[in-house]
Design a protein around this ligand. Structure first.
Ligand SMILES: Nc1ncnc2c1ncn2[C@@H]1O[C@H](COP(=O)(O)OP(=O)(O)OP(=O)(O)O)[C@@H](O)[C@H]1O
Length: 294
């Protein structure tokens, strides 16, 4: 019999996952598995629980939640040296990382990846002392994401980011940054930078076309200072991936980055509030096991 741990956030996204717990237990039992569920209350609950399950020796850890819950669980696992494959039941608003590693909202598909027992190794990024799975960023979208009201986000989902973002366009201002990417120095006025592990961010499918989640590199995408109308044009071209050709975009790959700004600016890690700049960013190649569909 296989043992699984399930960590679930009952309020993530539309808060419907909790009504499907019985289905999860049934699916795993029918597949000769048993599951230990843990319901989150605050993000601070997760690390003490992960520390306790170290002794259990489970065959896999299933996380149901949004990018924020997945971010907390992975940080706790890597910090506490808990080495087990992870499966994700995405129930948040954007679920960027999980959609990249092929977990969609189909519950049986997610669970079949877990019970199938096959996993792959993926890279993880680290900013100062905190790991991130998908993206570290700062600039205009960061303030939008942190100011989107949760009820608005849960009602209209990812569109809330765009609605809120468009409303704030007139307030956007540039940041003067200095970026060192594997020794190469870039300095200038920018609107936004993203350091990506997968190329999916904010549900845009291909923000960094060359990004691979297991290539040992992170993909830096910079939007240089430009006018509001040029920025609107860039957002539209992001849906097709053509933004990469714009003169306002800079895209490169690096293993280590150091990003400084001449003012204190918040960062965003996987949709959660991150540390103030400067950011010392590094890549940990093939650091995490993620279940995959057979
Ligand atoms: N039982 C709970 N009640 C209220 N808040 C909770 C509970 N459990 C976790 N949280 C909070 O939920 C937040 C994480 O939510 P998560 O990111 O997983 O979902 P989301 O915001 O709906 O999705 P996404 O990040 O994809 O937009 C954390 O800040 C955490 O403190």
């Amino acid at each position: 019999m296989k043992k699984y741990v399930l960590i679930y956030n009952p309020v993530a996204g539309d808060a419907k996952f909790k009504s499907r717990l019985d289905e999860v237990v049934e699916y795993l039992q029918v597949s000769d598995g048993i599951v230990l569920p843990f319901r989150t209350r605050y993000k601070e609950d997760i690390r003490p629980f992960i520390r306790q399950i170290k002794e259990i020796g489970a065959d896999g850890l299933i996380v149901s939640g949004g990018d924020g819950t997945v971010h907390q669980v992975i940080n706790a696992m890597l910090t506490e040296d808990v080495d087990m494959p992870v499966g994700i039941i995405p129930s948040g608003t954007c679920n960027d990382f999980s959609s990249h590693v092929s977990f969609d909202k189909n519950l049986s598909r997610c669970l079949s990846a877990v019970t199938g027992g096959q996993w792959r190794m993926v890279d993880v990024g680290k900013v100062n002392e905190e790991y991130f799975l998908n993206v570290a960023s700062a600039g205009l979208l960061t303030s939008v994401a942190h100011s989107v009201d949760t009820s608005l986000k849960n009602t209209v989902g990812r569109l809330a980011y765009y609605f809120k973002g468009l409303g704030q366009l007139p307030n956007f201002r540039s940041l003067h940054v200095k970026i060192t990417a594997d020794g190469q120095e870039i300095e200038g006025d920018i609107l936004l930078f993203l350091v990506m592990n997968s190329g999916i961010v904010g549900s845009f499918p291909s923000l960094a076309p060359a990004a691979r989640i297991d290539d040992g590199k992170l993909d830096l995408l910079i939007i240089n200072k430009c006018s509001i109308s040029e920025l609107m044009g860039l957002f539209i071209s992001m849906f097709s991936g053509r933004h990469i050709l714009s003169k306002h975009i800079r895209n490169l790959q690096a293993k280590e980055l150091y990003i400084e700004c001449d003012e204190p600016v918040d960062s965003d890690l996987d949709g959660e509030q991150g540390p103030l700049l400067p950011l010392a960013i590094s890549t940990f190649t093939k650091k995490l096991k993620v279940f995959q569909l057979p």
